[in-house]
Design a binder for this molecule. Structure first.
Ligand code: PEP
Ligand code: MG
Length: 755
C-alpha cells in the first residue's frame, strides 16, 4: 500500500495541471482497489454543488455535467457532513441516487471521503462496487490518505485559478481568480499583456564572428537603453516622486562603469556574441538577487532582468514601439516591472494584475502610490490566454474576473462609478483637520521610503512623515550609499515637508529585508540579526547614517530620529552613545544643528515590560505594529499558511497597544503607530479610543482614515473600544467595527463601491 501511495503522490506532484493529477489518481485507485468506479467531485463554491471532475467507470461525457448539491445524494451527503461514509448496501440508503446513464446498474458498495483543506471542503473522493461489499479499514485509511494529498493539490490549483478554468470549461460560473490585494480600488477594462520585449531566456550561446563588432553592437544597445530610461523618467515627472524617478536613474547607473557593461564585454572577449554575453551577465546578477529570501530584493532581480531585456531588444535592433493601449487598459503580466508600468499612459491605465509579487512588492507599492487598483500573487494565471479579454480587478478582495458575464460587469461598472464619487468626496477632506466630531485632533502622518511617493504623501494632506524607511534607498544601490549621498536623500524629504516633522528611521535591515551587497543568511532571520542589532555591530555604517541625517537637517529643524527593533535597554544606551558621538562630530565640523527628537520603535514584546525604564531616555515612541503583531502572536508576517492568525485586531495585540499608550503617557511621552494597522480604516476607531497621539500610514490610506476620524466622536471611540475588548476573537472584532463603519455610511472603505 505504501508503494502505491508513494507512486500516486509522485505522479500527482509531477502532473502538469489539476485535471491530469485527478485523472492519474482515479485511474490508480480504481486499478489498485479493483473497483467498478472511482471518481472525484469538486466543490463549486459559487453554486455549492459537487461536480464530477474526473472518473474511471462513468461515461466521460458526464464530467462537468453530473453534479450534486451539498446534502444531495450520497456524494452531497459526504460533502455536507465532512465525514467518511462507508456502505455495503448503498442502494437502500435514503440518499442513494442512481447514476445518470447507468440506471440499469446498481452500486451497493460505496465509500465516499471528503476532501478538506485547512478546514475548507474542496470535494469528495468516491469509490463504488456493484457487489454488496464493505470496504475494510485499510482501504478506508488508503483513501483518506489520498484525499488529504489531493486537498493540497486542489487548494493550490484553486489559488492559481485552475479550478475556475476547469469549471468554466463547463460554463458553471463567472471565472474568477483569487490573489492578494495589492492596491485598493476596482477597475473594469481590457487586458493588455505586459511581457519583456525581448526574451533573454531564449537567447542561444553562439560564437562571435567579429568580437570588436559585437562589442560595438552591444555598446550602441546600451546607449539606446539609457535614452529609453531617460525618456520614461521624463514621462513620469509630475506623476511620481523624485525618489520613484530615481529608480530609472538607478537603472541607468547600472549601465555605467564596470558593472553590467564591463562584465558583458568580458564575456564577449571570451568569444560570446553580444546577446549571449549579455545573457550570461544578467543571469549571474539575477541569480545573486533571487537567491536571497527577500521580497524587496526579488524586485531588484526583476529590475535587472527588465534592464537586460531592454538592452537585448536594441541588440536585436527592433526599436521600441508602444503597443496600442486600449482606453481602459488592465495591465497583466507575470512580473510587472516599474518600467512596464510607466510605459502605459496613466490616463489609460485602470488596474494591474501581477502573477508574482505580494503586498510588499515594488509593483504593489507603486500601484498604491499611483492610486491604481491592483491584484498580485495570482500564481498559475494563464496569462497567454488573456490578451484583449475583458477583465474586472477587485483590489479590495484580491480577485479578478475574466470575460465577466454582463450582469457581473454591470454591477462592477456601477461600483467603479461609485468609487469615483467616493474619491471625489474624499478629496474634499484633504485640507480639513484630522479631528473627530467633538473636536479631538489625531494628527495623520505619511509613511514613505524609496517608492512610497513623497509627493503624493504631501498631496494627501499628511501633517508630516511619521516613518521614512531609510533601508529603501539602500536597497536600490549596489553598495552602501556614502554620507553625502545619504545627506541629499534625507534633505529632499526634510525639505519637502519642512517645517512639518519628518521621522527618519535608522537602517532596519535583516528579517525579510537585506541588502544585495550585504547578504545575511540565517535559519530564523526574524529572530536574528535585524535592525539596531546590525547597526550597533557596524558603528561605521551607523555613524555615517546619523551624520548624514543630522547634516541634512541643517537649517530645517524638523528632523526626528527613530531606532528600530530595540529589545533591551542596553541597545538603546549604545545607540544613544553613538548618536551623541555623531552629533558632537557634526557640531565640531561647524554645522549648526539643533538636537533632533529621538524615539524608539516598540515592535519587540520585551519592550512592554521595560517601557518605564526606556521612557525617560527618549522623546517619543512609535509602535511598529507589523512586527509587534508577529512577535506577540508567534505568526510569521509573510507565511501564507498562518495568514489567518496574523491580525492586529487580535485581543492580545489590542491590549498590548493600550498598555504601551498608558505607560508612555504616564511618562508624558507621545506614542505614534506606524505599522499597517494605522492605515486600516476598520481599526482606526479602536486606535483613537486608546488615545494614541498620531497615526502614520501610506499616502493612499490617509484620506480614508481621515474620513473615519471625522465621522466619529472621541467619546464614541472610547465606548467602541470598551465594547470590542469584551469580544474574544479578531474576527468578531473586525465584524463589529465594520458594521459600525457601514452604519455611519462608510461601507465604501471596506469593500468595492460607495456603501
Ligand atoms: C512595523 O514593524 O510595524 C514597521 C512599521 O516596520 P517594518 O514594517 O518596516 O518592519
Ligand atoms: Mg518593523
Amino acid at each position: 500500500m505504501l508503494e502505491i501511495l508513494r507512486r500516486i503522490v509522485q505522479e500527482v506532484s509531477a502532473a502538469p495541471d489539476l485535471q491530469s493529477a485527478l485523472d492519474v489518481t482515479v485511474a490508480h485507485i480504481r486499478r489498485h482497489m479493483s473497483a467498478d468506479i472511482c471518481s472525484v467531485y469538486l466543490l463549486d463554491k459559487a453554486s455549492n454543488h459537487y461536480i464530477l471532475m474526473s472518473t474511471e467507470g462513468i461515461d466521460a461525457s458526464y464530467v462537468g455535467v453530473l453534479r450534486f448539491a451539498s446534502g444531495e445524494g450520497l456524494v452531497g451527503l459526504v460533502g455536507e457532513r465532512e465525514k467518511l461514509l462507508n456502505l455495503d448496501d448503498a442502494a437502500n440508503h435514503p440518499h442513494y441516487q442512481a447514476i445518470v446513464g447507468q440506471h440499469d446498474k446498481t452500486y451497493n458498495g460505496f465509500v465516499g471521503v471528503p476532501i478538506i483543506h485547512h478546514r475548507h471542503p474542496m470535494g469528495v473522493l468516491v469509490v463504488r462496487h456493484k457487489d454488496s461489499r464493505r470496504f475494510n479499514d485499510q482501504e478506508e485509511a488508503f483513501l483518506v490518505t489520498i484525499a488529504a494529498q489531493l486537498a493540497g493539490a486542489i487548494a493550490h490549483a484553486e489559488w492559481g485559478g485552475d479550478i475556475d478554468l476547469l469549471l468554466t470549461r463547463q460554463n458553471v460560473t463567472d471565472p474568477s481568480f483569487d490573489g492578494l490585494p495589492g492596491s485598493p480600488g476596482v477597475g473594469v477594462g481590457t487586458v493588455m499583456i505586459a511581457y519583456p520585449s525581448a526574451d533573454l531566456d531564449a537567447v542561444p550561446q553562439r560564437k562571435a564572428k567579429d568580437i570588436e563588432k559585437e562589442i560595438c553592437v552591444f555598446k550602441k544597445a546600451v546607449d539606446k537603453t539609457k535614452a529609453d530610461l531617460h525618456a520614461i523618467s521624463e514621462q513620469l515627472a509630475g506623476q511620481v516622486s523624485t525618489e520613484d524617478q530615481a529608480l530609472f536613474h538607478a537603472l541607468s547607473l547600472m549601465l555605467e562603469g564596470n558593472g553590467i557593461v564591463g562584465r558583458t564585454i568580458e564575456h564577449i572577449r571570451t568569444g560570446c556574441w553580444a546577446s549571449g554575453g549579455l545573457k550570461l551577465t544578467i543571469e549571474e546578477r539575477v541569480k545573486f538577487f533571487s537567491n536571497v529570501e527577500d521580497a524587496y530584493l526579488r524586485e531588484r532581480a526583476s529590475d535587472i532582468r527588465d534592464l537586460g531585456q531592454r538592452i537585448l531588444m536594441h541588440i536585436q535592433s527592433g526599436d521600441r514601439q508602444a503597443p496600442p493601449y486600449p482606453k481602459n487598459t488592465i495591465l497583466v503580466g507575470k512580473e510587472i516591472s516599474a518600467t512596464m508600468l510607466a510605459d502605459v499612459p496613466r490616463d489609460r491605465l485602470v488596474a494591474l494584475v501581477s502573477v508574482q509579487g505580494s503586498a510588499l512588492s515594488h509593483v504593489a507599492i507603486l500601484a498604491k502610490a499611483m492610486g491604481v487598483p491592483a491584484v498580485v500573487g495570482i500564481e498559475n494565471l494563464p496569462i497567454a490566454r488573456l490578451d484583449w479579454c475583458e477583465m474586472i480587478v477587485d483590489g479590495y478582495r484580491g480577485r479578478i474576473y475574466v470575460s465577466p458575464s454582463p450582469v457581473i460587469k454591470q454591477e462592477y461598472q456601477r461600483l467603479v462609478k461609485e468609487e469615483e464619487e467616493l474619491y471625489a468626496g474624499l478629496e474634499a477632506l484633504r485640507d480639513l483637520p484630522a479631528e473627530t466630531t467633538d473636536g479631538y485632533r489625531l494628527p495623520l502622518f505619511a509613511n514613505t521610503g524609496l517608492v512610497a511617493d513623497v509627493m503624493s504623501s504631501k498631496n494627501s494632506g499628511a501633517e508630516g512623515v511619521g516613518l521614512y524607511r531609510t533601508e529603501f534607498p539602500f536597497m536600490i544601490r549596489d553598495r552602501f550609499p556614502g554620507e553625502e549621498e545619504q545627506r541629499r536623500i534625507y534633505k529632499d524629504v526634510l525639505d519637502a515637508f519642512a517645517p512639518k516633522k519628518v521621522v527618519l528611521r535608522t537602517l532596519d535591515i535583516g528579517g525579510d529585508k537585506s541588502l544585495p551587497y550585504f547578504p545575511i543568511e540565517e535559519d530564523n532571520p526574524f529572530l536574528g540579526w535585524r535592525g539596531i542589532r546590525v547597526t550597533l555591530d557596524h558603528p561605521e555604517i551607523f555613524l555615517v547614517q546619523l551624520r548624514a541625517m543630522l547634516k541634512a537637517s541643517a537649517g530645517l529643524d524638523n528632523l526626528h530620529i527613530l531606532f528600530p527593533m530595540i529589545s533591551c535597554e542596553s541597545e538603546l544606551d549604545e545607540a544613544l552613545i553613538l548618536f551623541n558621538r555623531a552629533y558632537e562630530e557634526v557640531l565640531s565640523e561647524g554645522v549648526d544643528i539643533k538636537k533632533p527628537q529621538l524615539g524608539v520603535m516598540i515592535e519587540v514584546p520585551s519592550m512592554l515590560y521595560i517601557i518605564d525604564n526606556i521612557a525617560p531616555k527618549v522623546d517619543f515612541f512609535s509602535i511598529g505594529s507589523n512586527d509587534l503583531t508577529q512577535y506577540l502572536l508567534a505568526v510569521d508576517r509573510n507565511n501564507t499558511q498562518v495568514v489567518a492568525l496574523y491580525d492586529g485586531l487580535q485581543p492580545a495585540v489590542l491590549r498590548a497597544l493600550i498598555h504601551i499608550v498608558v505607560r508612555a503617557h504616564a511618562h508624558e511621552k507621545t506614542v505614534s503607530i506606524c505599522g499597517e494597522i494605522a492605515g486600516d480604516p476598520v481599526a482606526v476607531i479602536a486606535l483613537l479610543g486608546m488615545g494614541v497621539d498620531c497615526l502614520s500610514m501610506s499616502a493612499a490610506s490617509l484620506l480614508r482614515v481621515k474620513w473615519v476620524l471625522r465621522s466619529f466622536s472621541y467619546q464614541e471611540s472610547q465606548r467602541v473600544l470598551a465594547e470590542i475588548l469584551e469580544l474574544t476573537s479578531a474576527n468578531e472584532i473586525r465584524t463589529h467595527l465594520e458594521a459600525l463603519l457601514v452604519q455611519k455610511g462608510l461601507g465604501g472603505l471596506v469593500r468595492a463601491g460607495k456603501e
